[in-house]
Design a protein around this ligand. Structure first.
Ligand SMILES: Cc1cc2nc3c(=O)[nH]c(=O)nc-3n(C[C@H](O)[C@H](O)[C@H](O)COP(=O)(O)OP(=O)(O)OC[C@H]3O[C@@H](n4cnc5c(N)ncnc54)[C@H](O)[C@@H]3O)c2cc1C
Length: 408
């Protein structure tokens, strides 16, 4: 005997919870099917535990996708104002920082999950945990959704909201991409995004753990591929920090999907001064008798200055003991544009987001219903829709989940 529902939602993450709430609010009987022992596990880890649930600048132009018009059609139905009022209506007070990132005033992701859980309980949404969907069949026009352990539910519509592949320990293991492919959907090869980068450079080894504020530019085949300003972190394997994560997507696509090899990150370690100001300052210090190893003291972290003084053998990097104008100009130029050739990216366990997913042109504009199977809807990270860091991806998850739940 199977339980019967109007809508079965595969995945109780951000988009699945939003889909179940919107369906239940219009009177549909909804079931959330979640493979982990509890709903919303990834949500608790977002924003470093604070949950950056939205960005005030959420709009279609902040996303890339196989179908850019899809995002606009969804945000036109459920945009930033609707997302805010959804949460405020659930009792969650919000605050935005200067860059438009929206957080709960509690600064706790747990508050976001709790208000969603209270609403699903109020609306009598059924939640089945430990229910890992591994097959969806059709029977007399209805969907039979099967779990790995043999349990089944029956529904007249299904929302696939199982996310992509990032942080599999938090639930999203790519299985929803396989479920979509079984319906004939094309999957744009998923690659890790918002991910640290692997670099073979002695600097990384010597300076691991060192954090700095920098400006970075991604480069593919010598051409600019995104830039960002923010935190930079030397690690055992290469480079990380928010600035690196912010430019990682295009580089990951180039390396992991397109097989390109000429990929680099160029770092400006002195973003607060021009190259001319830096070389002038070094020349003045040199003329005043500063030791070569001290030329960057007070401008760069001590550890960085000590490593630099020892000399980093690499092509294009000048020795720091050259005291003349040409030498100080060379040092300034190197610190303003330090090139790290990138060998690869870290894996899914360190990628905040999945670039790629189900071809967005295969779902209907405005409703997110599959063009291949009526009654099947897709929402959230499972689709080939990606926004920058800063609340855009959760914004997409709420908006697309809510809209998918209106139809299903
Ligand atoms: C560490 C980290 C921090 C982040 N911080 C932010 C942030 O602050 N702001 C922001 O905008 N974005 C952030 N993101 C990205 C954001 O969390 C995701 O884009 C968003 O959660 C995607 O929502 P989703 O519902 O599509 O998928 P998910 O949140 O991944 O949820 C999918 C759910 O489906 C379940 N599931 C998967 N397959 C099956 C199956 N076969 N059967 C049953 N259940 C299944 C999973 O267990 C999971 O619970 C962060 C991501 C990570 C990893």
């Amino acid at each position: 005997m199977r339980d019967r529902f109007s809508l079965a939602v595969v995945g109780a993450g951000a988009s699945g919870l939003a889909a179940a709430i919107s369906a239940a609010r219009r009177g549909a009987s909804a079931v959330l099917l979640e493979r982990l022992p509890r709903a919303g596990r990834k949500l608790l880890a977002t924003g470093g535990g604070r949950c950056n649930l939205l960005n005030e600048a959420l709009s279609a132009s902040a996303f890339t996708s196989t179908d850019p018009s899809l995002v606009g059609s969804v945000l036109g139905r459920f945009g930033p104002a609707e997302i805010r009022s959804l949460f405020e209506g659930l009792g969650l007070r919000l605050q935005a920082d200067v860059s438009g990132r929206v957080y709960p005033v509690t600064n706790q992701a747990a508050s976001v999950l709790r208000v969603l859980e209270l609403e699903t309980a109020r609306l009598k949404v059924t939640i089945k945990t430990g229910f890992e969907v591994d097959g969806i069949a059709s029977e007399a026009g209805r969907f039979i959704v099967r779990a790995r352990d043999g349990r089944e539910v029956e529904a007249s519509a299904v929302v696939l909201a199982g996310g992509g592949l990032s942080y599999p320990a938090l639930g999203s293991n790519g299985s929803c991409l396989e479920l979509a492919a079984a319906f004939g959907h094309r999957v744009v090869a998923p690659v890790p995004s918002a991910v640290p980068l692997c670099v073979k450079d002695r600097m990384c080894h010597l300076l691991q753990g060192q954090r700095m504020r920098v400006r970075v530019e991604g480069q593919i085949d010598g051409r600019p591929a995104g830039s960002a300003e923010g935190e930079f972190l030397f690690t055992r394997y290469g480079i990380s920090g928010t600035a690196v994560l912010d430019v990682s997507e295009g580089l990951s696509v180039a390396l992991n999907r397109e097989g390109r090899r000429d990929v680099a990150v160029v770092v400006d370690f002195l973003p607060f001064m021009t190259a001319e100001e830096a070389s002038g300052e070094f020349l003045r210090r040199s003329a005043a008798g500063w030791a070569p190893g001290e030329l960057v003291t007070g401008l760069l972290p001590e550890k960085f200055a000590r490593v630099l003084a020892r000399g980093i053998p690499a092509p294009g990097r000048p020795p720091v003991d050259n005291k003349d104008a040409q030498g100080t100009r060379g040092l300034a130029a190197a610190l303003k544009a330090w090139k790290f050739p990138v060998q690869g990216t870290r894996g899914w366990n360190e990628a905040e987001f999945t670039a790629g997913g189900v071809d967005a042109s295969e779902v209907r504009i405005g409703t997110l219903e599959s063009r291949l199977r009526p009654g099947l809807y897709l929402a959230g990270e499972v689709l080939d829709v990606q926004g920058g860091r800063g609340g855009f991806n959760l914004g997409w998850a709420w908006a697309s989940g809510f809209v998918a739940g209106l139809g299903g």
